[in-house]
Design a protein around this ligand. Structure first.
Ligand code: PEP
Ligand code: MG
Length: 873
């Protein structure tokens, strides 16, 4: 295979092979934008290297050829003593992993070529600064030397001075010190041979694919672990050649709100990584207009070209070398959820995309984020300061000052806000654990901002008035207010405000829109348009899981087209528990019937409320499912109570308690989830299901437009269903009520015998909670807090199968059941009512296997509607 592509050979669709950066550099090259020449080593070469621990055959030669061509084009050789070509070696995977992997700049400098660079540039200071940067980056990235050693050496030299105050002689001395650090730490000299530098840097970039922080980031972002990264070798251009040079980053629109305009940061006389690292403070990009008007105009032109070309928001990195603009990177930019919706509809209005595309450009996860509450009145809280509104949401928690502490406290269930001067990739675990992130340095393109936006985490960055002291674990706000670790603060990612104490939150306008408020601001109008279009294209219906009239009403407001699961068990709790106890304690048929007769009107009332809320829409009522002991007192508590009572002189235990204890012992099961529950209860407790069916029928008669469907849980064999159906049909006929009778498919045997079951079932609904539990043999109540963390680390699965459908296993059973069920009963209505019904990936799967509807909790309905629309496109 071909392992190396010149920028003129690639294009933006080759991200799998060239990585995002390489593919887009090629694209920009080919549409005529000013990109420094270079070439890309493919992800395939990386995968080979990682698999076999060495470079593939032929790669070395190919790199040599491309390097020679690059040298010919530039008219100078890599590291040539009198006029060196220098290159950068940059990572670039298919999916952007900001700051996670390595880059080495200024490859090609050594004791000779640094003099050539000084002469050619006429700038000694610049040449020595470039050389010390190379040794520092190379030392850290390739040789694994801790960066603090270099930083400390630099601080020692600087004393009270700024970076920019160091002169050429200072930097030359620093180079010697840095070389000494390399020698001391590795036992070898810093490699002077430019090609050796380059090859080692390439290997280091490959290796960085498996750096712990990269692994963690991929897991968080669900990026597959086996893609590998490409490596880009690019002719260096310099932003640190003096005041007419500089470097910057920009977005073609505001990634926070979607508003059009000029959004970016510019740093004069600096090299690329300085901006992203937030090391020195940048100026707003607009200032470039006065610093270098022609370059500014060219940049705006290029940004417009990129937006038209990519038909989307792009982010860019650029460098100006002695007045001349160079594009170093572009990609379709990350954005907040709010911006995603606004930009998608703006692009429609600008004629760049159509509504189908707009629906594809947003996600259910983004929509879910927009439904988060925001801060309510903040009057009661002291406003400490404000920073930049880098990533929206409202977050409150205890201030913590290190990633480790954030992880530790969050592990104990505490809400924390990670406070840092600036974050770096090592803070990732803490950012994941925290409710929000607050930094005192860095702009909207700083590491904290970019990563938080990607994770949908609330972030306020660049709150410069804060003095953050990580060692003392505290920060000081204006007015001398000191906030120590553990004190609660609140941050508003929408406005950038920081408050002392916990601020109460209010509903989001998007949530209110779904509650029926008219579409108001731009965001809500965008959501409205996109939802309307998604609804018009989706094939899957969206139903709700709702057990009460209130939930049903909310579900309906959110757009539910029916109730896919009304669990009846909660209706047996609370004050009614005593009636269930009576049922269980009944010694004679007469006593049992009396208990059932007492429950029936209550159930009728429950169903009446739900039918009323859902008038005209189907309501699937599931007959009682959980093991009966769940309605009885705890065995240990009760045993103690009885024993204590019996000990008391002259007074025996309450007779009811003694009988209850006997019942609890009788009903006790080692594996209640596999025990007497679901349809098995219906077949064992005479009259129980009949009572529920009578209540359904009575309620249906009461409510005009009621559309009842009766669903039997935990069926594994058609015979079970047949027995229940016979009795239910008789009751319905007597009442003169029509209701379809169907079953859940939640036991593997039901899926495997779905062809038979469909003879009796008028509809199927996949109970994927139990189906996952029983297919994997994982207890749904225990494993997620237990060994799943380990399983995720080991890569047994990338996401919990209780969260997103395991397509190969559980999904296969679903596919079989759907196919065989419909073979028996063409047109059989099939839905899903496990938690997966509101999970975006699972919605796409359900669409793919031809289900009729997904049913999910009321709050997930908008997400399911949107994803069902996206699945159809
Ligand atoms: C299921 O098992 O997926 C289901 C919806 O039923 P429950 O969660 O009530 O067991
Ligand atoms: Mg179930």
């Amino acid at each position: 295979p071909k392992y190396v592509y010149d920028f003129t050979e690639g294009n933006k669709d080759l991200k799998d092979l060239l990585g995002g950066k390489g593919a887009n550099l090629a694209e920009m090259t080919n549409i005529g934008l000013p990109v420094p020449p270079g070439f890309t080593i493919t992800t395939e070469a990386c995968r080979h290297y990682l698999r076999h621990g060495g470079m593939p055959d032929g790669l070395e030669g190919e790199i040599g050829e491309h390097l020679a061509a690059l040298e010919a084009r530039m008219g100078k050789r890599l590291g040539q003593a009198d006029d060196p070509l220098l290159v950068s070696v940059r990572s670039g995977a298919k999916f952007s992993m900001p700051g996670m992997m390595e880059t080495v700049l200024n490859i090609g400098l050594n004791d000779d070529s640094v003099l050539g660079l000084a002469k050619q540039s006429g700038n000694d200071r610049f040449a020595w600064d470039s050389y010390r940067r190379l040794i520092q980056m190379f030392g850290k990235t390739v040789l694994g030397i801790g960066d603090e050693l270099f930083e400390d050496a630099m601080d020692d030299l600087k004393g009270e001075r700024e970076d920019t105050d160091l002169d050429a002689a200072d930097l030359q001395r620093l180079v010697e010190t840095f070389k000494g650090i390399v020698r001391e730490r590795t036992g070898r000299d810093f490699p002077a041979d430019p090609r050796v530098q380059m090859d080692l840097a390439v290997r280091a970039v490959f290796d960085s694919w498996n750096a712990p922080r990269a692994i963690l980031y991929r897991r968080q972002e669900r990026i597959p672990a086996d893609l590998g990264t490409a490596v880009n070798i690019v002719a260096m251009v310099f932003g640190n050649m003096g005041p007419d040079s500089g470097t910057g980053v920009a977005f073609t629109r505001d990634p926070g709100s979607g508003r059009q305009g000029v959004y970016g940061d510019y740093l004069r006389n600096a090299q690329g990584e300085d901006v992203v690292a937030g090391i020195r403070n940048t100026v707003p990009l607009q200032e470039l207009e006065t610093i270098n008007p022609p370059a500014y105009r060219e940049l705006l032109d290029i940004m417009a070209t990129l937006e038209r070309h990519y038909r989307d928001l792009c982010d860019i990195e650029f460098t100006i070398e002695r007045g001349k603009l160079w594009m170093l990177q572009t990609r379709v930019g990350k954005r907040t959820a709010e911006a995603a919706f606004c930009i998608a509809t703006q692009l429609v209005d600008e004629g760049l995309i159509d509504m189908d595309e707009a629906v594809i450009r947003v996600t259910g996860d983004q929509l879910a984020q927009l439904m988060f509450p925001r801060f309510a009145a903040t009057a009661g809280n002291r406003r400490l300061t404000h920073g930049m509104n880098a990533s929206p949401g409202a977050a409150a928690g205890k201030a913590v000052f290190s990633s480790e502490r954030a992880v530790e406290l969050a592990g104990r269930g505490e809400a924390v806000i990670l406070v840092r001067r600036e974050t770096n990739p090592d803070d990732l675990a803490g950012m994941i654990a925290a409710q929000g992130v607050l930094t005192s340095r860095g702009g909207k393109t700083s590491h904290a901002a970019v990563v938080a936006r990607g994770m949908g985490k609330t972030c306020v960055c660049g709150a410069e008035e804060l003095d953050v002291d990580t060692h003392a674990r505290r920060f000081t706000a204006p007015g001398g207010i000191v906030v120590n670790e553990g004190e609660v603060i609140s941050i508003d990612g929408g406005t950038g405000a920081v408050y002392l104490g916990e601020v109460p939150v209010t509903a989001s306008p998007v949530a209110e829109y779904f509650e029926g408020e008219p579409a108001g601001d731009e965001l809500v109008r965008a959501v409205d348009r996109i939802m309307t279009h998604a609804d018009s294209v989706r094939r899957l219906a969206v139903w709700a899981n709702a057990d009460t009239a209130e939930d049903a009403a909310r579900a309906r407001r959110y757009g539910a087209q029916g109730i896919g699961l009304c669990r009846t068990e909660h209706m047996f709790l609370g004050e009614r528990r005593r009636l269930v106890e009576d049922l269980i304690l009944a010694a004679t048929p007469k006593e049992r019937q009396a208990a059932l007769d007492a429950l029936e009107p209550l159930q009728t009332g429950d169903f009446t409320g739900i039918f009323t809320a859902m008038r005209g829409l189907p309501v699937t009522i599931r007959l009682i499912d959980p093991p009966l002991h769940e309605f009885l007192p705890d065995l240990t508590d009760l045993a103690v109570k009885v024993a204590v009572a019996e000990e008391r002189a002259g007074k025996g235990a309450d007779d009811r308690d003694r009988r209850l204890l006997a019942a609890v012992k009788r009903l006790h099961e080692q594996n209640p989830m596999l025990g007497l529950r679901g349809v098995r209860l219906g077949l064992t407790i005479p009259g129980l299901f009949a009572m529920q069916v009578r209540a359904i029928a009575a309620a249906a008669r009461r409510v005009e437009g009621a559309r009842a469907e009766i669903m039997i849980p935990l069926v594994g064999a058609v015979q079970e269903l047949e027995i229940v159906r016979e009795e239910a049909e008789r009751i319905l006929a007597e009442a003169g009520v029509e209701a379809a009778i169907g079953t859940m498919i939640e036991v593997p045997r039901a899926a495997l015998t779905a062809g038979q079951i469909a003879e009796s079932a008028e509809f199927f609904s996949f109970g994927t909670n139990d189906l996952t539990q029983m297919t994997w043999g994982f207890s749904r109540d225990d494993v997620e807090s237990g060994f799943f963390g380990r399983y995720l680390d080991l890569g047994v699965f990338g996401v919990s199968p209780f969260e997103s459908i395991d397509r190969e296993g559980v999904g296969r059973l679903m596919r079989i059941a759907a196919e065989e069920g419909r073979r028996t009963r063409p047109g059989l209505k099939i839905g899903i009512c496990g938690e997966h019904g509101g999970d975006p990936d699972s919605v796409h799967f359900c669409h793919g296997i031809g289900l009729d509807y997904v049913s999910c909790s009321p709050f997930r309905i908008p997400v399911a509607r949107l994803e069902a629309g996206r699945a159809a496109l």
